[in-house]
Design a protein around this ligand. Structure first.
Ligand code: ATP
Ligand code: MG
Length: 216
């Protein structure tokens, strides 16, 4: 009850916790045990920029999500911390007081599911799982094409639908890829420029000296 006698509703802590648990279950990875943005060490210049951008993205997410530029894209070689940082962003969004519906998916797994259901009645439901979720993180985007190869018509059909629908709906999307921006634009200009146009952050990590695993 407020001072004017009107009723006000506040979501109880347990309901929020339950909602977070449900989103965690559907998120596609072990959210509770993944590392946090705070654990991401600023061990080189790129990692410093990447962490700054990730913090800014999460802290201002409610404003950023309404803007055109609301995607978070990390181009980088293996070991540059792409998956760790983006999982940590998803973890943070799910743990907001009003949890954000978010899902992480491996590129191969997404493509495999889409291709194997492309001619059946489940296709529309499956693709909506990628196009309609509030925040989608696609890990290892175009992994098998990062050095050589071309996209098949089937690849383009599924990928373009996911990217273009999210682009048109203005839905925040996180992408990590071992492709360089040039390589991605060579593979498919239409996909690349949609990603480029909507990027709030475009982190580019180059060179094996940026491989955290080699440092250990
Ligand atoms: N800046 C960092 N601070 C702390 N740990 C890091 C950092 N960067 C990477 N790591 C750790 O290094 C390992 C590799 O990171 P991660 O898997 O995120 O890299 P990646 O870029 O996704 O590599 P790949 O392309 O092989 O999937 C993980 O154990 C991760 O926790
Ligand atoms: Mg990775």
């Amino acid at each position: 009850m407020d001072e004017n006698g009107g009723e006000r509703w506040r979501e109880c802590v347990c309901a929020v916790k339950r909602m977070q648990e449900q989103i965690c279950l559907e998120a596609g990875f072990d959210v509770e045990h993944c590392k946090r943005i705070a654990d991401y060490e600023e061990w080189n210049e790129t990692a410093k920029i990447a962490k700054e951008k990730a913090v800014e993205f999460v802290m201002n997410f409610h404003e950023i999500r309404k803007k055109r530029k609301n995607w978070f894209v990390f181009f980088g070689q293996s070991g540059s911390g792409k998956t760790m940082l983006c999982n940590a962003i998803i973890r943070a969004l799910i743990h907001f007081d009003k949890p954000v519906q978010a899902r992480a998916v491996k590129y191969f797994e997404m493509m495999y599911r889409l291709k194997s259901h492309s001619n059946d009645e489940d296709y529309a439901r499956i693709i909506r799982g990628y196009t309609d979720i509030e925040v989608l993180f696609i890990d290892d985007f175009l992994k098998d094409k990062s050095v050589s190869g071309t996209l098949t018509e089937a690849d383009i059909k599924h990928l373009f639908t996911v990217i273009d629908t999210r682009y048109n709906k203005g839905k925040p999307t996180l992408i990590t890829t071992e492709c360089t921006p040039i390589r991605l634009s060579e593979l498919d200009e239409a996909i690349f420029y949609r990603i480029h146009e909507t990027a709030f952050a475009e982190i580019v990590s180059k060179g094996s000296e940026n491989n955290y695993r080699k440092r250990l």
